[in-house]
Design a protein around this ligand. Sequence first.
Ligand code: 26V
Length: 818
Amino acid sequence: MTEHTAPMSSTTPGEFADEIRKELKYTQGVTTEQATSADVYVATATAVRKHLVDSWATTQHDMVAGSTKAVGYFSAEFLMGKQLLNALLNAGLSDQFYDAVKELGFDVQDVIDSEYEPGLGNGGLGRLAACYIDSLASKGVPAFGYGIQYRYGIFKQEFDEQGAQVERPDYWLANEEPWGHIDYNRSQRVNYGGSVVEEDGKKVWKPAWSVRAVPVDYMVPGYASGRVNTLRLWSAKSYDEFDLLAFNKSEYVDAVKPQVAAENISKILYPEDSTPQGKALRLEQQYFFVAASIQDAIRVFYPGEENPDLTTFPSKICFQLNDTHPVIGIPELMRVLIDEYGYDWDTAWSITNKSFNYTCHTLLPEALEVWPAKLIGELLPRHLEIINKINEQFVAELGTKTSDSAKIDRMRIVTDGEDPQVHMAYLATYGGSHVNGVAALHSQLLKDVTLRDFSDVYGDKFTNVTNGVTPRRFIRIANPRLSALITEGLGTDRWLSDLDMLEGLVPLAKDDEFVKKFAAVKQANKVAFSNYAKREYDFDIDPNTMVNSMIKRLHEYKRQSLKILSVISQYADIKSGKVSADDILPRTVVFGAKAAPGYKMAKLTIQLINNVARVVNNDPDVKGKLAVYYPWNYNIRLAQHLIPATDLDEQISQAGKEASGTGNMKFALNGAMTVGTLDGANVEIRERVGAENFFLFGMTVDEVEALYAKGYEPKYYYEADPRLKQAVDMVAGGTFSEGDKGLYEPLVTDWLNKDYFMTLADFSAYMDIQGEIETLYREPLEWSRKALLNVANSGFFSSDRAIDDYLRDIWETGPLGE
Ligand code: 26V
């Protein structure tokens, strides 16, 4: 007997078909006969929203009426992925949807494909925010996601004839977008510029211009919780639009300028994750959503109150700062409390301190945001005063805790000197109650290295919350075959809201019949992916080869270079006959990655990968043995197709550089084996799945540090390993650039002379472990057994567990009372 706890609406397929027909007619204005798949998609979305609306209303009501503290998750990015299947799942309408669409005479896949994926994030950080709001809703914790509804999301990636990345605008709102509800009645004013004057002994900010922040609300339905939270994304509108008619034609263009400027604020997501951009527009964006959100929270929790008692604010809601992007919220809440509600500094500080917590998502010091004080002063003069005062108070406080003046100097939130800079991570660490890293190793390194001085003085604030991913989207929706098998194996589908239950599969790894079923699921997923890749990209992927994937942002520290150099070496070996035909394990290598548009090395690496793919895939000598594919425009949808079909996942960053990674968790949960370094959450994945079920290679953090200290010479490694020398020489010699020796020169020069992330030093170890990988893959039953143990032991990496950690250690709240 299988126990089913998945949400199940009592609506029949026939009734749901009728609801869709009605939406087609009354909302879309088309008959079922006239309708296109895109119309049916919009009508279905509208219909399913109506199923959720009552729970949405009661959740909001209970949140405000009850005494459970809510969470405001402040994030410049929410990488949500497509909404339809997730909404249907949580509304209990998945089965009805398939039958209803068939009844209406449409192809289900066409309807699903009609949804355009919103790309309101760069990568892991934005996707993590999306997983966390899913888990908050699924746990019934009252929460808001607060962010920006960018008009243009992350760019659409194309490759030109030469294999180079071309960025195209992602105008995701070009078609009807049925999920966001624009609420003009709850807009907020956000001010900028101007000056601060003193009136009656009080500081008064006289801003020069303002923008109207209009909320666009997205439902965040919980899985089996009966709760629906809100993702509130702010869109910038001008206040001047109605005055336009007053201008005559010659002044018209000037008259629209402020409007254009205002609306620019939410126009585009910054695609940079290589260097934080110190751009005024970016600071405008950050302040825009944070200021609107703080005012919104006060409005929501003290409805209609002229003089709310904001000393109770920290018991109503706490704000999580997703990286430093929303940290300007700290001086903003101070300003609101002092200037608008009349609190004294100390009371305001106590409220603010309790209201904020900060998650750091990086280890690279250059990735921590720093703003010139001058820029802040021009854009937010009152905030600069407040930041300076916070800094004074901080420096004075430090003086009571340490006599190490050099240390105090290093820790200053606002640096001394000609051109003072504001350290947002330091402001966040001092201004909030808790600071957390995103994996055990990362949190340790934050304390020991990146924020060491702060951890010395404010050790109690530091904690770890290892990242997690939602099993609803990344197992249930992405991998229905595996989900069905897990449910069969466990006799219940309760694992979808209690992922530790996957441990119940451990004994089944001893059952050959079950392991064979598991292998059959993987094989079916590979066939499905091959079909998808044919349809979407016109690739001919052989599902009978090992599928070996590396999907993540293109960055030097992630070391796509290491992977492509190893592919080149394997190619050379096959071609030269060094390995006999019998010894070759057919492999399909799949890359997915976008590079920041201004990041030259990353873009050159993309070009190299594409040209290696071109050469390898067109070489009859290696046909059927090695193939390389690089589907362009990697996004959540592609991840959902590729991850379930992957045999081997690459997590090969230089140790000490990847804060956590979350793709690694998704792969393990979908029964891929990992080849990886001891970096980020790889460490914990390996601990949990067992060292014997993980392909570990490469230097450790300590070894990396020791080698830097000793003086790293990449040429030594190039000379020492003939495989490496051959691969580098092929790149340098023009094998992948039609003889052009200049194209990859910057890459080759960097590898041989600098190689900051030590790709060359780890190459031999990486090549050597391929032997182990291939030996195991030749024993399909043993491979699958180990892959199954990866699934069984990865329940910890559910975002539900991560949210439990935040609730217990940081937010000190929980689900709404019944
Ligand atoms: C920024 C920069 C700027 C300078 C140089 C290199 C660099 C690298 C990354 C970034 C982005 C930092 C924020 C971020 O996206 N972090 C990612 O957060 C994920 C969720 O916690 C985590 O899994 C990834 O390991 C982490 O890179």
